[in-house]
Design a protein around this ligand. Sequence first.
Ligand code: NAD
Length: 338
Amino acid sequence: MDKVKVAINGYGTIGKRVADAVSLQDDMEIIGVSKTRPNFEAKLASKRGFSLYVPEDRIPAFEEAELEVAGTIEDMCREADVVVDATPGGIGVQYKELYERSGCKAIWQGGEKHDVAGFSFNALSNYDGALGRKFVRVVSCNTTALCRLLYLLDKEYGVKKVRAVLMRRGADPGDSKSGPINAIIPNPITLPSHHGPDVKTVLPHINITTLAAKLSTTLMHMHTLNVELSSPPASDDVRDMLSKEPRIFLATSDLKSTAELVEFARDADRPRYDIWENIVWSDSITVEDGELYLFMAVHQEAIVIPENVDAIRAMFELSDKEGSMKKTNESMGIGKLG
Ligand code: NAD
């Protein structure tokens, strides 16, 4: 089969990272990205060599900014085998009719509801369920991190009950409109936060309750987890088991905070300091009275990127789960942070 032709609708935080990750693969290629405004990200896309597709009524604005336009978003969808929709939550669903009409497959992100695709994806947890599918939703950053970890724990030790507290970043670093600047906001105040039910769209049998709060930080999320296990192992067994999974990084205690993790990723020459792995602090892993406790950090801008690449491979049946994840990991350098 020729390379899968991938288009990105919504070239923002997630879209531009997916475009770069797809460009690293030898079995898929970017045929274009959409932009609604001729801003700095449109210029970046053009500099990276990606064809720009824009809403018809915006073509003059792009021409005025001396940005070459390859066609409309409708044209892009007709030319693509699959569109990765990375538009803001709630916008992606409005494009479903266009994707259907254009005959392309589509992948939505976690800001859309499960129903948009009828299948929510996490590579480790349910790759096989996406084989040959037309529509898939890659779950959000927090849900991706929880699914990776809980899938592995459940497989090895059986998960009886999960209690998770999610301390969420208030905004992405490039977002100057959101907050809070000086507050911690229970979000929502009532239980559960949407993350527990979202985990169940991927792993329906996992018994999980989540609470969430928004904090005055942009760098990463932080989870505290408490997991009751059917066959509780020793703490070191959990460390050994997690250390074998490239998409999980066991951090040493000299990395004291999300700030130091970001610096660590910068020193490792990660593009945009992206951390694609779940960060689990090794010394926090504690099994006590049959229950596992740990701290886990999640880089919201990066963690879902490899999942989008694997979702494409599954939808076009280009590889089995192990083959796809290995290819994605090796091409991006996942599992080589330390
Ligand atoms: P973003 O705002 O950074 O980027 C969205 C892009 O879509 C922007 O370039 C915007 O100009 C463009 N856009 C807006 N309206 C459009 C339209 N009608 N047609 C085409 N393009 C349009 O958003 P993001 O953070 O990249 O989020 C995208 C999706 O990924 C959402 O579903 C979000 O929930 C999900 N997600 C975000 C994060 C994160 O932390 N940023 C993490 C995981 C998943």
